[in-house]
Design a protein around this ligand. Structure first.
Ligand code: MF3
Ligand code: CO
Ligand code: CO
Length: 258
């Protein structure tokens, strides 16, 4: 048990709620013809108007307020003037800072109608995150989380990205431990009541290898296959977990009903 974790839970709850509300806010705008810069602007304004700061902005030189990662982009996609097309899938990743504490969450979106292959990848990724969260409790191991994700998606023929991972979070955006999305049950460090971290599996349709584009940020699949990701910020409790970034509108996985 981590001492005096109540305050960190309360502060993360506030930041996490704003991050989730931001994704709820942007949801109806994600349609063919919107640019990723416009998505970025909606996130920036909403977070500012609600008493927070967009943690990605200027983080290690990142130029925008959120990450927008369409199709074969794995993560850290930089918003641009390029617009979305019917049939695209896209991840929007929002991190808020409120009163010095962080909330980090991302969801996939369908742009208009998407293929069955897109739907299968996205639902497998969502299920892997939620199954992994369900194994969290004081005394469980980090390997239990990784193994849950890996076995779920590999059974469906998908692969787990190794080059990026989840992370501890709190009054810093990224802190130890690394949360790997693959591994063996019973291995790795023990979860303790009061720990706060993200789980954010990136799942590829093809091979798990990635490469970073010349902008220094945008990570894509090496084989140009599709990639999907969902992320929650979670806290460990004695008998389970608390999700700090749940959608109030139950926008859990696409398609999102009004
Ligand atoms: N939100 C991402 C994460 O889940 C990190 C983005 S860092 C940025 O950890 F600089 F690219 F924004
Ligand atoms: Co994160
Ligand atoms: Co994130």
């Amino acid at each position: 048990m981590i001492k005096n974790y109540k305050e960190s839970f309360d502060k993360t709850k506030t930041a996490g709620r704003l991050a989730a509300d931001t994704l709820d806010e942007v949801t109806p705008y994600i349609k063919p013809g919107i640019s990723t810069n416009e998505i970025d602007k909606i996130c920036y304004e909403f977070i500012k108007d609600n008493g927070g700061y967009s943690a990605p902005l200027f983080y290690r030189g990142f130029p925008k307020s959120c990450c927008t990662s369409p199709n074969h982009v794995v993560c850290h996609g930089v918003p641009t003037s390029k617009y979305l097309n019917e049939g695209d899938i896209i991840n929007v990743d929002v991190t808020t800072m409120v009163d010095g504490w962080h909330g980090d969450t991302s969801r996939m979106f369908f742009v208009g109608e998407v293929s069955t292959k897109c739907k299968n990848l996205v639902s497998a990724t969502y299920e892997s995150l939620m199954k992994a969260i369900s194994v969290i409790k004081d005394g469980a191991k980090l390997g239990d989380i990784g193994n849950t994700i890996q076995s779920h998606v590999e059974r469906k023929g998908f692969s787990v990205v190794r080059d990026f991972c989840g992370h501890g979070i709190g009054n810093k955006f990224h802190e130890p431990p690394n949360i790997l999305h693959y591994g063996k049950s019973g291995e790795g460090i023990k979860l303790q009541t009061g720990m706060i971290f993200t789980i954010e599996p990136m799942i590829n349709e093809g091979i798990y290898n990635t490469k970073v584009l010349n902008d220094g940020w945008t990570a894509v699949t090496k084989d140009k296959s599709l990639s999907a990701q969902f992320e929650h910020t979670v806290g460990v409790t004695n008998d389970g977990f608390e999700i700090f970034t749940k959608s109030k509108k139950e926008y859990n996985q696409p398609p999102y009903k009004k």
